[in-house]
Ligand binder design. Sequence first.
Ligand code: TRP
Length: 383
Amino acid sequence: MVGRGGGSGDRAAGGCRKTGVVMQGLTVLDRLGSQLRRLCDVVGMDPEAPLRLLTELLGEHGSRPLTEPPVWPSDVADDHTPVEFSIAWNEGEPPALRILAEAFAPVPSVRANALATDEFLRAQAARYGLSTRRLDAIRDLFDTATPHGDFVLWISLVFRNGRPPEFKVYFNPEVHGPEHSPAVVEQALDRLGLAEAYTRMVSHAVRPGELARADRLTFFALDLHDGPQARVKLYLSHHDAQAGDVARAAAVVDGVDPELVTEFCELAGRAERFTGRPLIGSYTITQGAERPNGYSVYVPIRSYVGDDREARERVLPMLARYRFDPAVLDRAIDAVTDRPLDDGVGLIAHVSLRLGPPRPGMTVYLSAEAYQVQPPRPLPMLA
Ligand code: TRP
């Protein structure tokens, strides 16, 4: 590998770093499409379907020049690119490529973008024979003329070689205001026949008195199929938490070793207390289950490192620890950027660990940095 950790002078013309210098003439789709094509190559996937989906998702916004500011400040990524890539490692199969995304309406707003995302999803549901039954059962709970927060509905696409793309939707449970999020989540789970799992989760995982305060219900995700393995995922963001708080929250799920959660947070975050972006836990509830049966922890590593070189150096041994091929991470990084890693922070946005049966998995989230690279911090943020 070339240039990792080198100074900024060792890249021809600064690579893609500065919008407006070498990006002249490039569109959003040019940039994201070439990253996606290269990522497909890394995971050995035919890029045809992913590129078509990306093109449809971006719609007319795909042809905007990167020199123009983003048309809408999407919270999918820090620089407002409406797409974030991730690589998911699972034992016994090649890594999967994923995209988290928000579609933009012709005249964007939080609500209009949700409608555009919904419309995109329904077009894909028709094309790929997906079921929207569970989505339809709860959609109205998240619909309001005046949504609170940055989004109502996002989606993720999962690409595994030789399989049709899989789709997931993410709702914002705080859409009526954080204080209403428990009621929204409870009703949604109740309609899906999963109310019991919710009670168990909340009573054990939330710090006393902190529901919808320091422990916030931030995402409600659904698989877009109807099979027996269809899942709901409920995300709890733990603000100002210690690794031990999150490990306790993880212990609600049978078969999850809380020690692994603590270790993962400490290795990725190296913080006594996570006072920057929150640690997040997600609870998987399989359709028909009475209790959550899977858990993932997400560390927003970009808040806890000085630059991406440091982030990479932390993540590589974590992948090795779970016997995943660390070389894939370097190839994925090279697919997304050619800037020196110590020139910025936030390329490696989150790292997550999936626990519970059958086996642990890890995911690394990579920002497209289509609009901006966050400058490095002089020192890692210390608690
Ligand atoms: N950008 C948002 C955040 O960092 C949402 C988000 C994007 C996110 N990818 C994620 C949240 C992965 C958790 C895990 O919070």
